[in-house]
Design a protein around this ligand. Sequence first.
Ligand SMILES: NC(=O)c1ccc[n+]([C@@H]2O[C@H](COP(=O)([O-])OP(=O)(O)OC[C@H]3O[C@@H](n4cnc5c(N)ncnc54)[C@H](OP(=O)(O)O)[C@@H]3O)[C@@H](O)[C@H]2O)c1
Length: 221
Amino acid sequence: MLTARRADRLAEVAGQITSSGGLADTYQLDVTDQSAVNKFAAGLDRCDVLVANAGGAIGADYVADSSPADWLAMYEVNVLGTLHVVQALLPKLIASGAGTIVLMGSTAGLISYEGGGGYVAAKHGTHAVAETLRLELFDKPVRVIELAPGMVKTDEFAVNRFRGDTGKAAAVYAGVKEPLTAMDVADAVAWVVTRPAHFNVDLMVLRPRAQAAQHKVFREQ
Ligand SMILES: NC(=O)c1ccc[n+]([C@@H]2O[C@H](COP(=O)([O-])OP(=O)(O)OC[C@H]3O[C@@H](n4cnc5c(N)ncnc54)[C@H](OP(=O)(O)O)[C@@H]3O)[C@@H](O)[C@H]2O)c1
């Protein structure tokens, strides 16, 4: 079951999955809308795995100059969106007898960087949800996995961060020979969710080889 706000893009991904022999269904959903999330969840027969991936960054301003509206929007999707889907699906995940929750965090949820302010704060929030939830579910048959990717070259992440400025977005990956891709992250998701139910990956940090640390990136000239 694939969800996002844009139905055309959902249909495209579903088409790729079905044409390679998989099963896919789609549902148009904005995770910041709690009642819509609840309605979506109520319509599902069961839920074994939840991958809470929706999120993103808006702006790269210093704290001194950043807009509270941007911070609020990032908190809404990265933290409250995550909260909404977890709350709505948790009863079904528990009922499955072996549920898995994957939260898409970020290295920004573990370390700060200049110009990251609101996104760093929001992803630290996602990290706090993962850590807290795991403690609270310790006696339930549901595992909580947090993925924390570093630099991933995806369709829109950097373009959204720089408000449509494709030049600034491209500069993020300039000279980096092989940033991670969405397929690399999907591969990690597939691996963690297919471990036996007793085996939990609390936190997995994923980075391209060229990114030794948040600030230490090898760029070819
Ligand atoms: N790219 C990176 O370097 C990087 C690094 C670390 C972590 N991450 C995290 O990885 C996740 C995916 O990011 P990405 O790089 O793939 O960015 P992306 O290309 O902008 O994709 C974001 C995805 O989330 C969906 N989405 C956004 N807001 C939503 C909402 N309110 N309700 C439902 N769906 C929503 C988008 O679909 P619609 O717009 O159609 O809703 C889209 O499918 C995010 O949580 C991001 O913070 C990315």
